[in-house]
Design a protein around this ligand. Structure first.
Ligand code: FAD
Length: 539
């Protein structure tokens, strides 16, 4: 696949200043990435600017689940669940290296708000709404069977449980892979370039002024239409782009904690019901760690400032210890944490948890389209709807020249499900196994190209620099790999070696390298600042 590196970024910055685009997308989370891929594959001339690193917003801060959303059944949001389950089926085919089936257990206790019968009906409905395209049908387990499958579960007052299927994913890497696919299809994509304001001609948007965050240079990008996919920043960006913007969001904050797998030995995810606020919290086992989350509290201000608080930590620990009292999880067991902001659209709901996860697409006669709300799981469908709308603004001849939506195809040819399966079978060494799981057939190209004598992390660093538009250490350790979240030292033992590789490939001076190292250390301290209130050092 094509190079997608710092050099590509420099070339793209030139193109953004000299070419005219059909559409300019603002925001490089999963929604922007999905729209860019769809529009470019149909034949539109596409540009995308992201103000920070790709996926640095909500799209790397989710529960990392591709799911129908079992709890939305209670809100009677059948349409949302149906759509999401349908998209789940597609994502298994599109990115088998990033979306993995996972079994979920819902334990039912004497005092559970939803009993065995009602939950059983919900389970049938969930499987039916997927049109029975589920990795495995749900099962009803009695008290004994539940504890056999999950020995560490609270047994007091346990009546039984249900198991059903959904999926876990790499939210950050799915954004990068979607953008790589858009880049292959011709989209001109840059990170660290922020949209500042709009310019108009004949009451229509003619260009957007942006600022390169690396050089501070400002320039205009000329385009026919602008699509704003800035998630929880929608109101903030809307206000700067159009003077009559009316706020549409009700953002809520959600946080997650991560643990080593041996501190909570579960093989299935567990859905933990919280009576207060009628919420659920997931305990999610993955390849590399256990994630526990999430919370759901109203949030105001700039989403970049969302942070984990000591109250958030206490809340999640308390819920988890209620379900797994023998695990005795403590603050000291927490490996890492992250906070994100949901870009929910305002409705009349009384509580945060009840606010709908449906998305909206707002079109403006001046040539803007704003997309907000929705779930990660349904990004592909949302993107398709956005591009369908945008295309309607062209005349018949132009529309006829464009292809159909083909985004349900695998994100790249090396990720066809059979190819992925083959890549796993073919793996002989530990290195091959680890990389094939994460990259499918591309792993073998990476090993052949970068050499067998490097560690898997070093190979991933080379790959991220050349194919993942990664040019700083924070982005590598947080969004191209799992070191920040899954490793107790957050990858610090590898920091020097990886910094040397970046220095060699990007051409940093010694001073730049040291600055990068310090930036990653400061990032860890800031993300884990809540530890101080428990008298723990962040590092
Ligand atoms: P973002 O990912 O936030 O992208 C917006 C981007 O716009 C950002 O990268 C930002 O830097 C950029 N930007 C902002 N201003 C500018 C500017 N002026 N110029 C250029 N760029 C700019 N969904 C699921 O399906 N499954 C889950 O398990 C799940 N769990 C969740 C848990 C939590 C705690 C949260 C908060 C959300 C969860 N979601 C989940 C929802 C899902 O994560 C979001 O719906 C999705 O990530 C939103 O993506 P986005 O691209 O719209 O926004």
């Amino acid at each position: 696949m094509k190079e997608f590196s710092f050099l590509t970024r420099q070339q793209n910055i030139e193109k953004l200043q000299s070419e005219h685009f059909d559409i300019l997308i603002i925001g490089g989370g999963i929604t922007g990435a999905g729209v860019a891929r769809d529009a470019a594959l149909r034949g539109l001339k596409v540009a995308l600017v992201e103000g920070n690193d790709f996926a640095s917003g909500t799209s790397s801060r989710s529960s990392k689940l591709i799911h129908g959303g079992i709890r939305y059944l209670e809100n009677l949001e059948f349409h949302l669940v149906f759509e999401a389950l349908n998209e789940r089926t597609k994502l298994f085919q599109m990115a088998p290296n990033l979306v993995h089936p996972l079994r979920f257990m819902i334990p039912i206790f004497q005092n559970s708000r939803v009993g065995m019968i009602k939950m059983g009906l919900g389970m049938w409905l969930y499987d039916a709404l997927s049109l029975f395209q589920t990795p495995q049908m749900h099962e009803r387990l009695d008290y004994k069977e539940s504890l056999m499958r999950m020995p560490i579960l609270q047994d007091k007052d346990l009546k039984g449980s249900f198991e059903y299927s959904d999926a876990y994913m790499d939210d950050d890497r799915l954004v990068i892979e979607t953008l790589r696919s858009a880049h292959e299809a011709g989209a001109v994509i840059v990170s660290y370039t922020k949209a500042l304001r709009s310019n108009f001609s004949d009451k229509k948007v003619s260009s957007i002024e942006v600022q390169d965050q690396l050089t501070d240079k400002k320039f205009n990008i000329y385009c026919q239409q602008v699509i704003c996919t800035v998630g929880p920043w929608t109101d903030l960006v809307g206000e700067t782009l159009v003077d009559d913007w009316k706020s549409i969001l009700r953002p809520t904050k959600g946080i997650h904690l991560t643990f080593k797998k041996d501190r909570l030995p579960i093989t299935n995810a567990v859905v933990m019901a919280v009576e207060k606020g009628n919420r659920i919290v997931f305990a999610i086992p993955r390849h590399e760690m256990i994630i526990i989350g999430t919370t759901d509290t109203d949030f105001s201000g700039n989403p970049s400032n969302a942070a984990v608080t000591s109250d958030d930590v206490k809340y999640l620990l308390q819920v988890t210890n209620q379900y797994f009292p023998n695990a005795k999880l403590q603050v000291a067991d927490i490996v890492s944490s992250y906070a994100g902001v949901r870009p929910l659209v305002k409705d009349e709901s009384a509580t945060e948890g009840k606010t709908s996860r449906e998305h909206i697409i707002i079109e403006d006669l001046r040539g803007f389209t704003f997309v907000a709300g929705g779930k990660y799981t349904t990004y592909r469908l949302m993107s398709q709807q956005v591009v369908d709308k945008v295309i309607k603004n062209y005349n018949l001849e132009r529309r006829a020249s464009l292809g159909p939506c083909i985004t349900d195809q695998p994100l790249n040819s090396m990720l066809e499900p059979e190819q992925y399966h083959l890549s796993l079978i073919k793996a002989e060494t530990q290195l091959e196994k680890k990389l094939a799981e994460r990259y499918g057939m591309e792993a073998y190209q990476m090993i052949a190209f970068y050499g067998n004598d490097l560690t898997s992390l070093e190979i991933e660093a080379c790959h991220s620099i050349e194919k993942g538009l990664c040019f700083n250490l924070v982005d590598f350790f947080t969004r191209r790999t799992h070191e920040m979240l899954a490793e107790k030292d957050h990858g610090l033992s590898q920091l020097e070696v990886i910094a040397d590789l970046f220095q060699e490939k990007i051409g940093w001076t010694e001073e730049q390298k040291q600055q990068q190292i310090e930036e990653y250390r400061s990032y860890i301290k800031a993300e884990l600042a809540w530890r101080k209130s428990f008298n723990f050092e962040a590092l």
